[in-house]
Design a protein around this ligand. Structure first.
Ligand SMILES: Nc1ncnc2c1ncn2[C@@H]1O[C@H](COP(=O)(O)OP(=O)(O)O)[C@@H](O)[C@H]1O
Ligand SMILES: [Mg+2]
Length: 250
């Protein structure tokens, strides 16, 4: 039973400051994951490590070789902190950098060399991916968000648990989390769903929800939950319905 968990950059970093890792939170998240690490693909957001350099270099609209290099190096550093924290928590994991295994087309994942990742899962190693820059067949280069990675991986691996952790209790309407959301509900609440409070070039909650509604259209449910609350990650990995469930009625 494959599980895909995303931990938002909003948890692992301070998205209002460049390059600001929250090392205590990275350790805490790693320990929670260590309670249920089986068959798990972990995706983490780029947080301030990605969104600040991306914004500085005008990515993804401007093609900047230096911007690509600097942004990738920065998110790879955050990835290294996560993989090392997992190791300290007793989890065997390996980095998987999207820049090296994904080609975009028009900003969407067109091809993804999944074989190494599948081999890791088979041998009990947790693949750890992250929001990244990527080459794009139609636009030279672009950005692949952690949220898009979740959608693609969940579909490709036919994941049974898909959980997206961020810094709020789910999709909020008038300050309260909705227990569930389907595409039909969207028009009525769309104006209340916005960008990130921090710096996020991939659309904040609006982008996240779009990805997960696309996933729901293919018959795979997910939850958006608050990964800052201790214990929630374990509940999410157990497949419990916490936060907001994104689904499609049959
Ligand atoms: N209706 C809404 N419900 C929840 N979050 C919202 C909403 N509208 C805007 N947001 C913002 O979206 C943020 C989550 O998206 P984002 O910052 O991209 O998280 P992540 O780093 O986990 O990808 C929240 O912290 C909040 O600031
Ligand atoms: Mg985001």
């Amino acid at each position: 039973m494959t599980k895909v968990l995303k931990i938002g950059g909003s948890i692992l970093t301070d998205k209002t400051r460049d390059n600001a890792a929250r090392r205590d939170e990275i350790s805490r998240v790693a320990q929670e994951i260590a309670a249920r690490p089986e068959d798990l693909v972990l995706v983490h957001g780029a947080g301030s490590f990605g969104h600040f350099p991306a914004k500085r270099y005008g990515l993804p609209l401007c093609f900047s070789p230096e911007g690509l290099r600097v942004t990738h190096a920065s998110v790879a550093r955050l990835n290294d902190l996560v993989v090392k924290a997992l190791s300290r928590a007793g989890v065997d994991s390996l980095p998987v950098h999207p820049l090296s295994c994904i080609l975009l087309s028009n900003g969407r994942i067109d091809s993804f060399a999944l074989e190494p990742l599948k081999a890791m899962l088979k041998d009990g190693l947790m693949p750890v991916l992250h929001g990244d820059v990527a080459m794009d067949a139609t636009r030279k280069a672009g950005i692949v968000s952690g949220d898009q990675l979740v959608t693609f991986l969940a579909r490709a691996l036919q994941a049974e648990v898909v959980a997206v952790g961020c810094d709020v209790d789910g999709v909020l309407l008038s300050g309260r989390p909705l227990s569930e959301i389907t595409r039909v509900d969207l028009p009525a609440i769309e104006c209340a769903i916005g960008e990130s409070a921090g710096v996020d070039v991939t659309g904040g909650m609006r982008g996240k929800l779009q990805e997960l509604l696309n996933l729901a259209d293919t018959g795979i449910d997910s939850v958006i939950f608050n990964a800052a609350r201790r214990g929630n990650i374990v509940c999410a990995l157990r497949g419990e319905s916490i936060g907001t469930r994104v689904w499609r009625p049959n």
